[in-house]
Design a protein around this ligand. Structure first.
Ligand code: DLL
Length: 440
C-alpha cells in the first residue's frame, strides 16, 4: 500500500457505511419495485409467478426474496434474445452478451438509467481500490460484447480518470503505452496482467520504476499466489473485482485495501443469497455455497434470483475500511466446473492450492482430462519456474514426482504430471481456460 493510494474517501459514505437496518430497508423497497416490474412487463416471470402461486404483493420482508422464482442461464437461453426485456427495445441503448460453452449467448440490454447505475457502481468500486481522478487508466479488456471493456471504461472516465482505451491484445503496444503515457492503472484479467508482466521483464522493462500502481483485475479467479506474484513482480496493488453479464457486468463487488481476500458487494444494487446448490436452501451463516444475486435497479432486464454458479461465503462483519456492506470471499470455483474423475469430485482450484505451496511451480498450467481404455485420466501440464527447469533429468524427475505426490494426497487420485518449459503454454488475452475436458 502506498500513501498515494490511501486514505481514499469513500465514494458514497451514506450508502456504503449505512447501518444494516438501513441497508435492509432500502433493499426491500427496491425489491418490491423490481418484482412489480418483472411481473408486469416480462411474460416469462408472470407465467412463473402464476405457476407457483405467487403475487408481487406477497413480498413483504427481505427474507421473502426466497419465495421468488430463480433465474439461470437456461432461462436466458430459452428467452433469447429479448424475452426477458422489460423495457421497449427503443429504450435500450446498449446490448452486451456473454458467450457460454454451448448454444446461444446470454444477451442483456441496458436503458440509459441502467448505464448510469452501472457507471455509479464502477465509480464506487474503483475508488475503493484506490483509484483517484488524476489516474491514467489503460484498458486491456476488449471493447466488444464482453462487459469488462465498456463497463469499466465509463466508470473510470466518470470518476475523472484519463482513459486509455487500448483494448485487448498487442502486449508490446501495452508496454509502450504504459511507458509513454505514464499509465497508473491497468485493467485486465489477472492472467493477462501476468503475461504483460512477463513480456515486459523479457524486454528489460523495469517494473519497479514504472508509473503503474494499481491493477483492476477480474473476469476470472485470481488465486492468492498469482495476486502476490503480480504485486511483487509489477510493484503494484492488485485488486480483484467481480461481476457477471446477467446481472450487470463488473461492479457487483470489489476489493478495498483493508480486506484483501474479500470483495465488498454493492448492496445498494444487489441482494445476495448464499445457498446450497443442490437444495437451494440457505447455507448456515458464513458457510460456503452458491451466490444468488437479485439486481435491484435494473430497468432493461430485471432479473430475479440469478444463480451465478459461483461458490463463495459472505460475511457482514464490519470491515476496517469503515464500509458496512457485506463482503464475499474471492471466488475460487464454480459449482459447474467440478470434474468427476472416476467417481471422485475434483475442482480445478484444488490444483491451484497444491501448486501454490510448491516452490518452483509457476501459475501457468493446464489440466487435461481424457479417457484411456474406459478409464478417466487426469494430466497436468505444468510450467516450471526458470530456476527449476534444468537439463538434469534426475532433478526434473524428482520435482515431477513431488508434484504428483502432493496432488495424489490432496485429490486422492493419480495425476500424470508433465513439466514444461517456462512460457510454453499459450497465454490468453482474456479469460484463461485451465481445463480441457476431452472426454465428450
Ligand atoms: O466476467 C464481468 C467482469 C468483467 C467482471 C471484468 C470483472 C471484470 P461474464 O463474462 O459474464 O462477466 O463472466 C462472469 O466470470 O460468474 C465468474 O465465474 C467469473 N468471474 C468474474 N469476475 C471474477 C472474479 C464478467 N473477480 C463469470 N473472480 C462469473 C473470480 C470471476 N471469478
Amino acid at each position: 500500500m502506498t500513501s498515494s493510494t490511501y486514505p481514499q474517501p469513500i465514494f458514497n459514505p451514506a450508502v456504503e457505511c449505512a447501518s444494516r437496518e438501513k441497508i435492509t430497508e432500502t433493499q426491500l423497497g427496491l425489491l418490491k419495485e423490481q418484482v412489480r416490474l418483472a411481473y408486469d412487463k416480462v411474460p416469462w416471470y408472470q407465467a412463473r409467478f402464476k405457476q407457483i402461486g405467487l403475487e408481487p404483493g406477497d413480498i413483504k420482508t427481505l427474507a421473502d426474496v426466497r419465495l421468488l422464482p430463480v433465474t439461470d442461464k437456461s432461462v436466458m437461453r430459452e428467452t433469447y434474445p429479448f424475452g426477458l426485456f422489460a423495457a421497449p427495445l427503443d429504450q435500450i441503448v446498449r446490448l452486451h452478451s456473454s458467450s457460454g460453452t454451448t448454444g446461444k449467448p446470454v444477451v442483456v440490454g441496458y436503458t440509459k438509467a441502467d448505464i448510469e447505475e452501472w457507471r455509479y457502481c464502477i465509480m464506487s468500486m474503483v475508488q475503493m481500490a484506490g483509484v483517484i481522478p488524476s489516474d491514467r487508466a489503460q484498458m486491456a479488456f476488449g471493447y466488444g460484447m464482453f462487459t469488462g471493456g465498456f463497463g469499466l471504461h465509463y466508470g473510470l472516465e466518470g470518476l475523472g480518470c484519463m482513459m486509455i482505451p487500448a483494448g485487448s491484445g498487442n502486449t508490446e503496444r501495452h508496454l509502450m503505452m504504459i511507458e509513454d503515457y505514464g499509465t497508473t492503472v491497468l485493467i485486465a484479467t489477472p492472467s493477462y496482467a501476468l503475461h504483460i508482466c512477463e513480456v515486459g521483464e523479457k524486454l528489460g522493462y523495469d517494473w519497479a520504476s514504472s508509473t503503474l500502481r494499481v491493477g483492476l483485475f477480474g473476469g476470472e479467479p485470481c488465486p492468492p499466489k498469482m495476486k502476490q506474484e503480480i504485486e511483487q513482480r509489477m510493484h503494484i496493488i492488485c485488486t480483484d473485482n467481480y461481476g457477471l453479464t446477467e446481472v450487470m457486468g463488473p461492479g457487483v463487488s470489489g476489493e478495498c485495501l483493508f480486506s484483501r481476500d474479500h470483495q465488498h458487494i454493492a448492496e445498494s444494487h444487489f441482494i445476495w443469497e448464499v445457498v446450497d446448490p443442490q437444495t437451494m436452501e440457505p447455507v448456515t451463516e458464513g458457510g460456503i455455497g452458491e451466490l444468488v444475486l437479485t439486481p435491484l435497479k435494473k430497468q432493461g432486464v430485471p432479473i430475479l434470483r440469478y444463480r451465478t454458479r459461483d461458490l463463495t461465503r459472505v460475511t457482514i462483519d464490519p470491515c476496517a475500511c469503515g464500509r458496512t456492506t457485506a463482503r464475499m470471499e474471492k471466488i475460487r470455483h464454480r459449482s459447474d466446473d467440478m470434474l468427476i474423475i472416476r467417481g471422485t469430485n475434483v475442482f480445478p482450484s484444488q490444483f491451484e492450492d497444491v501448486l501454490s505451496h510448491i516452490e518452483g511451480a509457476s501459475a501457468h498450467y493446464r489440466i487435461i482430462v481424457d479417457n484411456e481404455g474406459g478409464m478417466d485420466r487426469l494430466t497436468l501440464m505444468l510450467e516450471v519456474e526458470p530456476a527449476v527447469f534444468s537439463d538434469s533429468f534426475t532433478q526434473m524427475d524428482s520435482f515431477r514426482a513431488l508434484v504428483a505426490e502432493k496432488l495424489r494426497s490432496t485429490l486422492q487420485l493419480g495425476v500424470v504430471v508433465k513439466l514444461i518449459e517456462p512460457h510454453s503454454l499459450e497465454r490468453s488475452m482474456g479469460k484463461t481456460r485451465h481445463v480441457e475436458d476431452l472426454r465428450s
